[in-house]
Design a protein around this ligand. Sequence first.
Ligand SMILES: Cc1cc2nc3c(=O)[nH]c(=O)nc-3n(C[C@H](O)[C@H](O)[C@H](O)COP(=O)(O)OP(=O)(O)OC[C@H]3O[C@@H](n4cnc5c(N)ncnc54)[C@H](O)[C@@H]3O)c2cc1C
Length: 405
Amino acid sequence: MFERAPEVGGKARSRRRDGYTFDVTGHWLHLRDDRVRALADEVFAAGDLVEIERKTGIYTHGVMLPYPFQANLHGLPLPVVQECLATFIEAQVAASSPSAATPRTFEDFAVARFGRGIAEHFFIPYNRKLWGEAYDDLTPDWISRFVPMPDVRQVVGGAIGLRQEGLGYNVRYLYPTAGGIDALPRALDRAARAASATVRLSTDVTRIDPIARRVHTAEGGVRSYDRLVSTLPLPELVKRIDGIPDALAEAAGKLRWVRWRYLDVGTRSQVPMDEHWVYVPDPQTPFFRVGCYSNALQAMAPPGCGSLYVELADRDEPPDLPAIFAALAQMGALASPDDVAFADVHDIEYAYVVFDHAYAGARDALFDHLEGLGIRSCGRYGAWIYNSMEDSILAGMEAAQWLNA
Ligand SMILES: Cc1cc2nc3c(=O)[nH]c(=O)nc-3n(C[C@H](O)[C@H](O)[C@H](O)COP(=O)(O)OP(=O)(O)OC[C@H]3O[C@@H](n4cnc5c(N)ncnc54)[C@H](O)[C@@H]3O)c2cc1C
């Protein structure tokens, strides 16, 4: 195994500073598959993982609502609640009509499924901030597994103040007790090495010769293979393969992704809000999501302190820290702007794959070609999908079976 970084883990790495621990923004472990649970039991000792009940909110119109927005409208200004409810019910009626059209864009989907009010007060502004200029080209394909779909009873209940809980895919999650999601890749690394795998760190794959079946690295190494598994982002893999036909290079050029810019924030006192992470749709707020690691697990910050991640809407300009701290304090994510001990800015080049109308054709063409070359491209950016750590582990298990077949 070749890994470019000096440590294993990829996006599931952690950074530590002055007793504070940060992941590459929130990395909460949701395990649904028995095979992955069994693997976790094998590589972790009893007590190494703690189960945590999700506390998630939406901060909008100056109020903190429980997640998900569409099922917890109570607390919003009454005209907003009325608009959301009325248009939700109209959308339900329209959807049952035989002439209802299949939504083409993400926005069509949000309006058709939840009504114009819920779409305009949450889904549209939140996703505009998250996806930036890719927003207008989004199809609804990525969404179904991750967006809770409450029924009329739940939406009406949530609007009149009956708190709707337990909706969505991630009600409870696991997290390493000692703090830092990097305990997971490190445990897998130990198990792999114990099974005689060779893991070469700081080894950058620069070229793949699919005819001679050789991998070249920046350090001058050459290694032969029979079959190759790659977790490089798909456009990076394609760039490195010798002799890629022009049509496929063109297909790779159609793949789009969004970059992330976020802050690791250490605070001197505890964070006033209770939530573990909060969605912030309002266009004027400079971030779209903020999470508090230390609310989930106090070991993520020194005693009495807090550690936060702040996912920024603007990924081009240097962040306006005073404005960000003021907005965090206003929503209860900081005791006051002066409570910040430090704030470090980080970027993720490949954060989210963009599901636009060119996506499926380009991806399918590339995968057909790679299969013919004996290369399996998997993981979140290798498969060019939206997925979780558990999905990536499952993809690893399937790749191992393919190698052994
Ligand atoms: C902002 C964000 C939040 C997320 N939150 C969650 C969450 O809460 N829960 C959850 O389950 N999942 C979450 N995920 C998803 C999770 O990060 C991924 O599913 C998982 O980490 C993907 O693993 P991977 O191995 O496919 O890719 P990566 O983690 O990207 O690993 C790819 C590896 O390839 C290496 N590499 C790249 N180029 C080369 C090269 N040329 N030579 C050698 N090595 C190379 C990289 O260094 C890296 O280690 C989140 C993702 C993001 C971006």
